[in-house]
Design a binder for this molecule. Structure first.
Ligand SMILES: [Zn+2]
Length: 475
């Protein structure tokens, strides 16, 4: 039986992926130098499941299992992976001859993390002016290429599934490229363009003079006024591949000239959007900071409230009654305040960031204590991708129990996304796994530093054979 430590498996695997010959018993450093001209990330990151390192099947031995359901950790547990699926979980599992054995003592194994709120083709600009320049110059092609780097960073951070809530048609292209194995990244559910009102938070022209863009944005870019236009906007996004519909129920921090809490889409408009999405078997995620907009979005039937900054007892009761998820984006709330203090936001956005952050934290605590369903969502893209795991840490700092935070970023998020085969480590599920050193229930920040990531049964490593914990882009 071949038996490896986790780190040597990564080395062997990376060697194989970069084309250097290696055998399962090879000592890593001797045979697997860091290549001078590294292979393309896609070649180095994704290991062929038929490689000698994994041979299509492997078993992790003696790990601590945190299975994503909220159940207490199970020590000395084996996880058997075959053909991209979890084939067995238990103690002293018997596996067929030839299956690679990986010694996982000292590691905690969790389900691949799920982020219900990302913007994969966005990055934070250095300044407000730089952001405006990017808005004017960049095309979908630029954004898709930016997304390639971000997808890699997200995967290395342990996030094997994301719900990407608004960016444009580049999102759809990125999703499909990942699915086709052209570039490494998480499984993506995409919204294409977010849907909202003229001049609202989802209107990407963001109060720039109309001549700059040639024409006023319309249903193609998710913008409409009145039920008929918005119905068309939903149908258009779905026609071009949207898995989920994202709407802007209220103003936001980074949009110019709108009150952060001000309602935007009307209840009537949101009802039509939800009706149309549900007919097409899609869910609706509502960006909503202000109390009125939150309540109106819930009344219209949305499936999740994103940010949910100004909740009250009535809103919380309605969310519980209807099973509406809160996606609280707690880390980004802090991040934008730091950006405001560093002078990187417009004066309007800086003021709004400081106004909303403390309210967002208070609302998160209220919702958690009341038992509102919560799914982890980070808003990555507003901050650099790869730091998604900080959302676990921030939720815990704000009072969430570590196990509840883990559930929010695994099985609860899977439930919100409508995916029944991810988010738990149970036989039959997709083999999406994260290995961390130490105990996340003692120190939640270990989730920010995965030691190894497995997606669909395949070990993911960077080109040096070592996982880059922060998912920093290599130059
Ligand atoms: Zn967002």
């Amino acid at each position: 039986m071949m038996r490896f430590g986790v780190s040597s498996l990564l080395f062997v695997a990376a060697c194989h992926a970069s084309g250097t010959s290696s055998t399962a018993s090879a000592v890593p450093d001797a045979v697997c130098p860091v290549p001078e001209h590294p292979a393309a990330p896609s070649a180095a990151l994704a290991i062929d499941p038929s490689s000698p390192a994994t041979a299509g099947a492997f078993v992790l031995r003696d790990a601590v299992l945190v299975d994503g359901t909220g159940r207490a950790p199970l020590p000395d547990t084996d996880i058997f992976v075959q053909d991209g699926r979890i084939a067995g979980v238990g103690k002293d599992l018997e596996v067929p001859d030839g299956v690679t054995e990986v010694d996982a003592r000292g590691y905690t194994v969790l389900p691949g993390f799920i982020d219900a709120h990302t913007h994969m083709v966005m990055d934070p600009p250095d300044s407000y002016a730089a952001g405006v320049e990017r808005q004017v110059r960049e095309t979908d092609a630029d954004r898709a290429l930016r997304g390639v780097r971000n997808a890699r960073a997200t995967l290395l951070a342990g996030f094997t599934t994301v719900r990407n809530v608004g960016g444009g048609m580049a999102d759809r292209a990125l999703r499909d490229a990942i699915d086709a194995g052209l570039v490494p990244g998480p499984r993506m559910l995409v919204a294409n363009h977010s849907i909202g009102t003229t001049g609202g938070h989802c209107d990407d022209t963001n109060a720039l003079r109309p001549e700059v863009f040639g024409e006023v944005p319309d249903f193609r870019e998710g913008i409409g006024d009145g039920p008929d236009e918005l119905r068309k906007a939903v149908r258009y996004q779905i026609k071009y591949g949207a898995d989920v519909i994202k709407i802007c129920a209220t103003g936001g921090v980074l949009s110019q000239g709108d009150g952060v809490g001000a309602p935007q889409l009307t209840v009537e408009e949101m009802r039509v959007i939800v009706e149309e999405a549900v007919r097409a078997e899609r869910k609706v995620a509502a960006h909503a900071h202000g109390n009125q907009g939150i309540k109106e979005a819930i009344a219209a039937g949305v499936h999740s409230i994103e940010h949910g900054s100004i909740l009250d007892d009535e809103a919380i009761a309605a969310m519980k009654r209807r099973g509406v998820f809160l996606v609280p984006t707690t880390y980004v709330g802090r991040y934008v305040v730091e950006r405001a203090e560093a002078g990187a936001l417009s004066p309007d956005s800086a003021r709004k960031a400081k106004e909303i952050a403390p309210k967002m934290q208070r609302s998160f605590r209220m919702a958690y204590e009341a038992g509102v369903p919560i799914a982890l969502g980070s808003d990555a893209g507003v901050f650099p991708h790869g730091r998604n795991g900080k959302e676990f840490t921030t939720m815990v700092e704000l009072g969430m129990k570590p196990m509840d935070a883990i559930v929010a970023g695994t099985s609860a998020a899977a439930r919100l996304l409508g995916l029944s085969d991810v988010g738990r480590i149970v036989a039959g599920m997709r083999a999406d796994l994260v290995l961390v050193k130490g105990d996340p229930l003692e120190d939640i920040t270990v989730l920010e530093r995965p030691e190894a990531v497995v997606k669909d049964g395949v070990f993911v490593v960077d080109r040096t054979g070592r996982l880059s914990p922060q998912g920093e882009a290599t130059p």
